[in-house]
Write a protein that binds this ligand. Structure first.
Ligand SMILES: C[S@@+](CC[C@H](N)C(=O)[O-])C[C@H]1O[C@@H](n2cnc3c(N)ncnc32)[C@H](O)[C@@H]1O
Length: 369
């Protein structure tokens, strides 16, 4: 309660109630896409290609041009290069997040999860409703751990389980080791790790740790296996209508085909299930101090972050990509329109700005039909 009040003082524009309960159809006509879309999966998404209502831009095409930061590459190349970035930063990722955002990423993540209120049952008393949450691009576990804590401890609902999924085995492996160190046994038992490409969740497999021996860092590992998921090794998939809540934090801008990923989110969600995304966004420049804040933020992003990456993680290029990918990500309204195009309904504007638009939370609900 005290924490929520502190948030509210710091971020007065926070909503007062969980958005999931107030979702409604937006009076919005999806516009023609004003920005390029891109894809990367090595094979077309079968669930999408069977459906005649899926537009071409949401069907993976490995040779289609796309962007990797400010560079133009093919979709297949982007997937490999993004995998390389996250394999390279996996070990330093958590420390760098604090340095790059002055710790703000923790506040945004806390608020994101609090706004979703996992495990909460409006009926109050036990038995609580079971909930399956899919945390996509889960990385090293920041969102999955918060979801489990809120559900099991704050809301006293042990029937909430979280599947943490990522295309990058190196990031997931760091997350798995962190979970073993940081989570109580009951929360570890409710957490599973799955390798998958968000753009085609019909192909997945339980995590095979990378590198196999965690005493070696991904950078030093010289084995022949690649650090990212190969769909040819899939042993399972995420079934249709099997998920109550789909979360993705700071992951979606790295996807090669965002429309394909949004359609997969809709496929795996149950009717009434919620898609929730936390991502870097555009600073709101209509505010009197907005232009100045935007200029300072851009200076910090493009000058300081690659330098910190070089000094702390000996990896300037990966952090240069991260800031460029933030700059390339669509605006709040454009991304909201993509969510509507994928068949979700949204409440109000469909998003909430955090810290003047540096980050934003987007939510959509799969219609109950
Ligand atoms: C910036 S990290 C975010 C990790 C975590 N969600 C957090 O908030 O700390 C982005 C993650 O997206 C993952 N990713 C990139 N492309 C992906 C894809 N196509 N499918 C699934 N995960 C992907 C990366 O491997 C990386 O772990």
């Amino acid at each position: 309660m005290a924490a929520r009040s502190a948030f509210r003082r710091a971020l007065p524009w926070l909503p007062r109630s969980p958005v999931a309960s107030s979702l409604r159809q937006a009076h919005h006509v999806p516009s023609q896409r004003p920005f390029s879309t891109s894809l990367s999966a090595s094979t077309p998404n079968p669930s999408s290609s069977k459906d005649p209502s899926v537009p071409d831009y949401a069907i993976p095409d490995p040779s289609r041009p796309t962007h990797f930061g400010f560079q133009t590459v093919t979709e297949a190349e982007k997937r490999e290069r993004v995998a390389g970035v996250f394999a390279s930063v996996a070990e330093s990722y958590d420390r760098m997040n604090d340095l790059m955002s002055f710790g703000w990423h923790r506040v945004w993540k806390d608020h994101f999860v609090a706004s979703l209120n996992p495990g909460f049952s409006p009926l109050g008393d036990p038995p609580r409703a079971p909930q399956h949450i899919l945390d996509i691009a889960g990385g090293t576990g920041d969102i999955a751990f918060r979801l489990l804590h809120t559900a099991h401890v704050v809301n006293g609902n042990p029937d909430v389980r979280v599947t943490m999924s990522d295309i990058n085995r190196a990031m997931l492996t760091v997350g798995k080791h962190r979970a073993a160190r940081q989570l109580p046994a009951s929360q570890q038992a409710a957490l599973s790790f799955v390798e998958a490409n968000a753009e085609d969740l019909t192909k997945a497999r339980p995590l095979v740790p990378y590198p196999p021996d965690h005493s070696t860092s991904p950078d030093e590992y010289t084995g022949s296996e690649q650090p990212f998921f190969d769909p040819a090794t899939a042993t399972t998939g995420i079934p249709d209508a099997s998920v109550d809540l789909y979360t993705v934090a700071f992951g979606i801008r790295n996807f090669s085909n965002i429309p394909a990923a949004l359609r997969e989110a809709r496929r795996v969600l149950k009717p009434g299930g919620v898609f929730a995304c936390l991502e870097f966004s555009k600073v709101v420049s209509s505010h009197p101090a907005g232009a100045l804040f935007d200029a300072v933020y851009k200076e910090w992003s493009f000058r300081a972050i690659p330098l910190i990456g070089q000094l702390v993680a000996a990896d300037r290029d990966s952090y240069q990509y991260l800031v460029e990918s933030i700059a390339r990500f669509p605006s709040q309204d454009e991304f909201r329109d993509m969510i509507l195009d994928a068949g979700f309904v949204v409440a109000g504007d469909g998003y909430e700005n955090l810290t003047g638009g540096v980050a934003a939370i987007h939510k959509g609900m799969k219609p109950r039909e």
